[in-house]
Ligand binder design. Structure first.
Ligand SMILES: Cc1cc2nc3c(=O)[nH]c(=O)nc-3n(C[C@H](O)[C@H](O)[C@H](O)COP(=O)(O)OP(=O)(O)OC[C@H]3O[C@@H](n4cnc5c(N)ncnc54)[C@H](O)[C@@H]3O)c2cc1C
Length: 327
């Protein structure tokens, strides 16, 4: 048996996030190719029950770090939990989702282990006994295929890219608690408040369908036009930076280089020109639909379907057509 693989799960509101299932399932595929096994680490209080769900996605063992120190999020404590798990499991590969959690702690984990690191990978498979990875470079303009030349590897996987598949509910797994005590260094930064978004919908990074509005929307008063389309599609709303900078929409909706990186099954770009910084955050979407009155808009170069026209004419018609499909 080769050395183990450790997966760090992501938790929100006492539940495992979808990206945790994606990473566990992908790590299990890699483990099969390396004759290895997956140990999953879940960090958070009261997560013992939910942690067992990871067995269905291929975890052979689950560790839960659920001490008081995890009452609220702290980069230091979460990093220490992963390093503590590594002491127990001695993994050669550590997978995390490239979510806010993974982005925050993966490099600290890699530094703590003296490991090689690859972030935001969009493909990952075993070739000739090595893990071959693909990730976007130059803000998504190109992709690089590579392997890490390091004994221990820390890899983050982009959410919504790796299909978790159906869980095997017949599998069960031992859940072991991992003790992680307090450390005064954790106090160097602490969470003072968490402001919840108004929407009950999933986070943009985990959404299957996104409808994004750009400056072509002309003002926040016109948002009901795309909200109706988003409701009909059961989609989450996104926005370009121009819109967010104008104060029309909150920053939590911004997609792009300085916003969120998304990879939904369907991305509808409404009145968005397709600047490189916007494309950097959404070009791995599986199907891109662009609505723009300018036939030369760069967004059409990467769109699977393009509609040239005034969005205020097109979107209501599209919304009615989608509603018609449901009836
Ligand atoms: C360092 C840096 C980081 C950045 N990060 C981001 C980022 O994270 N995300 C991001 O989005 N941008 C980012 N930007 C900004 C980016 O360069 C663009 O300025 C921005 O994406 C433009 O937003 P937009 O497409 O909404 O607006 P515009 O470029 O103004 O495009 C509006 C589009 O709407 C169309 N339109 C107008 N009226 C209508 C209508 N009635 N019907 C249909 N179409 C219409 C126009 O033809 C046009 O194509 C960044 C820039 C820098 C320098």
């Amino acid at each position: 048996m080769a050395e183990k693989i450790l997966v760090v799960a992501d938790v929100k509101g006492g539940k495992l996030r979808k990206s945790s299932f994606e990473v566990t399932a992908q790590a299990s595929r890699i483990a099969a190719g390396l004759s290895s096994e997956v140990t999953a680490l879940v960090i958070g209080k009261g997560m013992e029950g939910a942690a067992g769900e990871l067995a269905g996605y291929g975890a052979a063992e689950v560790l839960v770090a659920g001490g008081d120190v995890f009452d609220s999020y702290s980069s230091g404590a979460y990093t220490r939990a992963v390093l503590e798990a590594c002491k127990q499991v001695s993994p050669k590969v550590i997978f995390l989702p490239a979510s806010a959690l993974g982005r925050d702690i993966a490099s600290a984990v890699a530094a703590g282990l003296g490991a090689g690191m690859a972030s935001d990978c969009t493909a990952c498979e075993v070739k000739d006994g090595k893990i071959e990875l693909v990730r976007p470079i130059y803000a998504g303009k190109a992709y690089i295929t590579f392997t890490l030349d390091a004994d221990v590897q820390v890899i983050t996987l982009r959410p919504n890219v790796f299909a978790p598949g159906e869980p095997d509910v017949s599998r069960s797994v031992d859940v072991t608690s991992l003790e992680v005590g307090p450390d005064e260094k954790d106090q160097r930064a602490k969470v003072v408040e968490i402001i919840k978004g108004a929407s009950e919908k999933p986070d943009l990074t985990e959404a299957d369908i996104i409808v994004s509005g750009g400056r072509g929307m002309k003002g926040p008063e016109h948002w009901p036009v795309i909200e109706a389309l988003a409701d009909a599609l059961d989609a989450v709303l996104g926005a370009s930076r121009a819109v967010v900078d104008s104060g029309w929409r909150p920053h939590s909706e911004q997609v792009g280089q300085t916003g969120k990186t998304v990879s939904p099954g369907l991305y509808v770009a409404v009145g968005i020109s397709g600047a490189i910084q916007h494309l950097a955050g959404m070009r791995t979407s599986r199907c891109i639909v662009a609505i723009n009155k300018d036939p030369e808009a760069p967004i059409f170069k990467i769109a699977d379907y393009g509609i040239v026209g005034d969005l205020f004419d097109v979107v209501p018609v599209l919304t009615e057509a989608v509603k018609g499909l449901e009836e």
